[in-house]
Design a protein around this ligand. Structure first.
Ligand code: 13P
Length: 251
């Protein structure tokens, strides 16, 4: 059975003052029936790790450079993230694929660099509205997965987040049936790519997850967790999501 993982992504939000929210989240995570993680801006990593590192909340980054060090102004390597105490990183978020033009090959290289230096990885995939409307959602998502899945992909350190671009920050979510269908397609593609390891790999859903819809989304077939943006910024909004798995029927 796959233990659920509820991860927050603070994106380009948060100050030292906002770390009080992390304290509240860590307190609630102690009693949660799921793993809890927060992908924070790089400026907050060290302080957050000092505050709650090694406790109930895994602290991680939102991106990583594929190289170990060198002349890459403004970038941060996996070695540096480890040094700051991060335990995981996101890679391939759609905002980076769109804003920074990251390709599947870039995402794969980032995931492999993270793994080489002992970071767990949440790899994000997802279609745009135009791609869904054209009936290509499944082909796009499984294509991204095939192109960006790192070498040696294993459930112990890799999770996949399905985040339809049109559901991010919009208050719109796919139906539970659509989420289950896409997660089933992702699992099937993973079976093709990594064999039985696919059964243990956690597949997270992301896009407008809230305390109100978390339970039904987390209960959908092949959904093993959530990746939450806006609603992860405060304990008041995030705690109901991390408490949702405890309310689900035992499967
Ligand atoms: P929202 O939860 O704000 O829609 O963001 C989802 C997301 O992009 C998480 O990575």
């Amino acid at each position: 059975m796959r233990r659920k993982l509820v991860a927050g992504n603070w994106k380009m939000n948060g100050s030292l003052e906002a770390l009080a929210e992390v304290d509240g989240i860590a307190a609630a995570a102690k009693g949660a029936n799921c793993d809890v993680a927060l992908a924070l801006p790089a400026t907050l990593l060290l302080s957050a790790v000092e505050r709650v590192g090694g406790s109930s909340v895994a602290i991680g980054a939102q991106d990583v450079h594929p190289a170990e060090k060198g002349a890459h102004t403004g970038c941060i390597s996996a070695v540096m993230l480890k040094d700051a105490g991060a335990s995981f990183t996101l890679v391939g978020h759609s905002e980076r694929r769109a804003d920074q033009g990251e390709t599947d090959a870039d995402v794969r290289a980032k995931a492999e660099a993270a793994r080489r230096h002992g970071l767990a990885v949440i790899l994000c995939v997802g279609e745009t509205l135009a791609e869904r409307d054209a009936g290509r959602a499944e082909a796009v998502v499984t294509g991204q997965l095939e192109g960006s899945l790192p070498e040696g992909a294993a459930a112990e350190w890799l999770s996949i987040a399905y985040e339809p671009v049109w559901a991010i920050g919009t208050g719109r979510t796919p139906t539970v049936a659509d989420v289950a269908a896409m997660h089933g397609a992702i699992r099937a593609k993973l079976r093709e790519l990594v064999g039985t390891e696919a059964e243990a790999m956690r597949l997270l859903y992301g896009g407008s997850v809230t305390g109100e819809n978390a339970a039904e989304l987390l209960d959908a077939g092949d959904v093993d967790g959530a990746l939450v943006g806006g609603a992860s910024l405060t304990a008041v909004k995030f705690v109901p999501i991390i408490e949702a798995p405890a309310r689900l029927p035992v499967s």
